[in-house]
Structures are given as structure tokens and as C-alpha cells.
Design a protein around this ligand. Structure first.
Ligand code: NAD
Ligand code: IPM
Ligand code: MN
Length: 359
């Protein structure tokens, strides 16, 4: 019997609503598979916690999370607490504190009716974005000088270390080799004359060790255009923290929206727990109404199961998502349905139970 300890950080807005459905799915799997068990502990951290305690998480929050096998996060950020505080003191603190330097964000179209792009189908949109997740534009280095004065100056410094740049690019080459796919680097060396020139050089350099991997290198502006016009160009993509953030919202847009996109924040060395979360935020505009799409959060569960070495369960979860989408019977409003968050979760559990006979 394998026992996995999972820390739940549902967070704000629709975070708790969608995490509840992901937990339902894990509990259903545990019932179906007697070799697996999950133990959950819920942490109440987020913006409400901040308003009460003037901090986003407990002082020893990182230590409290350290001994879990994984962290399952909903979303962080809500009006009333400045975003740069809520995100830096919780989500980014965990990503950085646990050196989750790899962010794996699949961009996979499950049904051609989901894409707004004319004449593209499942085979055209199926790639993986590997986003640098620990430094770069998100290093948090900078200053705010002469605040409020007329000579005010604000600096936000991108930090691209040799170690940080090399390890993410190497990770991407390894993944491309393993999957026998091409690797596309996305950068911006024409304008960012230090950081991105360096990025491109490291990509070239590391690439020499992988002559078997076919490579491409695009500028981020052109790449954004190709994400929409010719997504079939991409198989594995490696890019910086900020570019990866923006590009994966485009990735969500071309595959059915924010309600479907997932991401894994991985510490490949497994020195620390990895964290699984939907790409979307707390969606204050729909929070509390029970209409958030839980599929992105359920897809995160599939990524978690793969991380645990339960690849078969990971595929069953993604296949079940696809079936539910293809059927169009039980869907939330963002996908044109009339059902609630929990109805989609319940239906998912019903479907997955029926499938086990084939496992
Ligand atoms: P958002 O992703 O929360 O919402 C963007 C749009 O997508 C909204 O119209 C929302 O209703 C819709 N949407 C998002 N998830 C959905 C779902 N599961 N089902 C249906 N519709 C969904 O982005 P935002 O509005 O820019 O940010 C809101 C807050 O969330 C901010 O505080 C922001 O900083 C934070 N944020 C957090 C994360 C995170 O925790 N990982 C990610 C992005 C934004
Ligand atoms: C994401 C989010 C975060 C990011 C924010 C909330 C800090 O947009 O996970 O995509 O930019 O990484
Ligand atoms: Mn984002």
C-alpha cells in the first residue's frame, strides 16, 4: 500500500471550490485502488487569513509543508489584499522555497470544438510548455527610489543565473529526448540584450550535447503569433518565467479557456515537495457562485498522480476529462453547460468508477 501525504492549500476565490472537486477525485481513486491511499491536511492560508493575521501563511508555513509528498493549491489573490503581497507571500514563496524550478504546462486540445482557431484540431494543438519557475523576470530584484517624488525611479531586474538557465534548458532537452520530440526555445534577444542573449547562448551550448533533438528558436512576439496561427509547430517549448506565464494563458485560450489549463511546479531532485495547481487565478468575478470549471484542477490531480509514478491513473483521469468534454452532457457555463462545479466533480467520479473494470 502506497500512502501519499498531500497538503491542501485551497487559497482564495474559486480556489477552494475547485480543489474540493480534485480531492473528490483522489478519494474516488483511493476507493477503487487498494494499493493507494491519500492523506490530506488542509491549510487555511490566503487572503482571508491575511486579513485576520496580517500574513498570508503561518511563519513556519514552509517548514509545515516540507514533509508532504505534494502540495495541491487552488488559487491565490483577492481584492482587498494587494496582489504583489498575496502572491509573493504564498504562491511564489512556495515555488521558490521548494526550488520548484520546473513548471510543466501542457497545452493540449481535447476536442476541436473547444478551440476558437478555425480549422485546427486535436492533432494540431498538443504540446508541453516548460517554464522556468524560480528566477528570471520573477527574481524579485529591484528598487523603488524617490518614491512619490518627481525624480521617482523604479527598477525591476531580471536575474538569469548560469545555474538557473542551464538547469531548465537541460531539463527541457532531456524531456525532448525522452519523448523524441522537437524542442523550441522562446526568448527575446533582439531587445533584452543581456538576459536573452545569454539564454540563447546557453540553449545553443546545451543543445550540442543533444544532437538527436531537433531545435527551433523563436522570438516571443513571433512565437505568440504562432501559438495562435500555427500551433502545430510546437512539441516541447522552453521559456523564461514571465514569457511562460503569458504564453500559457494563450495556450489556455486556444484549448478551451482558463477552466481547463493545468500546471505542475516541480522540484525534479525531489528534495522538496512539488506543487500542483490550475493555471487560472481566483476568478473573483465568478467566485462563490458554484460555477467555476473544476476540470483544470482535476487535470492537476492527473499531473500529481504521474509525479507519484501512477502514470496509468494519470492517463485515466485525462481520458475521463476528454470523455466528459466529448459528451457535452455535464459541463460548467464557461464550456456552454448549465452544471455546477460540484455536479461536474460528481459526474467525473461516477464516470471514473465505471471505468475501473477495464483497468
Ligand atoms: P483569473 O484566471 O482568476 O480569471 C481570468 C478569467 O478567467 C475570469 O473571467 C475568470 O472568471 C475566468 N476563469 C478563471 N478560472 C476559471 C474557471 N475555473 N472556470 C471558469 N472561468 C474561469 O485571472 P485574473 O482575473 O487576472 O486574476 C484574479 C486573481 O487571481 C488576482 O488576484 C490574480 O493575481 C490571481 N491569480 C492567481 C493565480 C494563481 O494562484 N495561480 C493565477 C492567476 C491569477
Ligand atoms: C500563474 C500566475 C502567477 C504567475 C501569478 C499569480 C504570480 O499568473 O501561475 O500563471 O505569474 O506565475
Ligand atoms: Mn499566469
Amino acid at each position: 500500500m502506497k500512502e501519499w501525504k498531500i497538503a491542501l492549500v485551497p487559497g482564495d476565490g474559486i480556489g477552494p471550490e475547485v480543489v474540493a472537486e480534485g480531492v473528490k477525485v483522489l478519494q474516488a481513486i483511493e476507493k477503487l485502488d487498494d494499493t493507494l491511499s491519500f492523506e490530506f491536511e488542509r491549510f487555511p492560508w490566503g487572503c482571508e487569513y491575511y486579513l485576520e493575521h496580517q500574513k498570508m501563511m503561518a511563519d513556519d508555513g514552509i517548514e509545515q509543508l516540507e514533509n508532504f509528498d505534494a502540495i495541491y493549491l487552488g488559487a491565490v489573490g483577492y481584492p482587498g489584499v494587494p496582489d504583489h503581497i498575496s502572491l509573493w507571500d504564498l504562491l511564489l514563496k512556495i515555488r521558490k522555497g521548494f526550488d520548484q524550478y520546473v513548471n510543466l504546462r501542457p497545452v493540449r486540445l481535447l476536442n476541436e470544438e473547444l478551440t476558437p482557431i478555425k480549422s485546427k484540431s486535436e492533432k494540431d494543438i498538443d504540446f508541453l510548455v516548460i517554464r522556468e519557475n524560480s528566477e528570471g523576470e520573477y527574481a524579485g530584484a529591484g528598487d523603488w527610489l524617490f518614491k512619490g517624488k518627481k525624480e521617482e525611479v523604479v527598477l525591476q531586474t531580471g536575474v538569469f543565473s548560469r545555474k538557473g538557465t542551464e538547469r531548465i534548458i537541460r531539463y527541457a532537452f532531456e524531456e525532448a529526448r525522452k519523448q523524441q520530440k522537437s524542442l523550441t526555445s522562446i526568448s527575446k534577444a533582439n531587445a533584452l540584450n543581456y538576459s536573452m542573449v545569454f539564454w540563447d547562448e546557453v540553449f545553443e551550448e546545451v543543445g550540442k550535447e543533444y544532437p538527436d533533438v531537433k531545435t527551433e528558436s523563436y522570438l516571443v512576439d513571433a512565437a505568440s503569433m504562432f501559438f495562435v496561427m500555427q500551433p502545430e509547430r510546437f512539441e516541447i517549448v522552453v521559456t523564461s518565467n514571465l514569457f511562460g506565464d503569458i504564453l500559457t494563458d494563450i495556450g489556455a485560450a486556444i484549448t478551451g479557456g482558463m477552466g481547463l489549463a493545468t500546471g505542475a511546479n516541480v522540484n525534479p531532485e525531489r528534495d522538496y515537495p512539488s506543487m500542483f495547481e490550475p493555471v487560472h487565478g481566483s476568478a473573483p468575478d465568478i467566485a462563490g457562485r458554484g460555477i467555476a470549471n473544476p476540470i483544470a484542477a482535476i487535470w492537476s490531480v492527473a499531473q500529481m498522480l504521474e509525479h507519484f509514478g501512477e502514470e496509468e491513473w494519470g492517463s485515466i483521469v485525462v481520458d475521463t476529462i476528454k470523455e466528459i468534454i466529448d459528451e457535452k452532457k455535464v459541463l460548467t457555463p464557461d464550456l456552454g453547460g448549465k452544471h455546477s462545479t460540484s455536479e461536474v466533480g460528481d459526474y467525473f467520479v461516477e464516470k471514473i468508477a465505471g471505468k475501473l473494470h477495464h483497468k
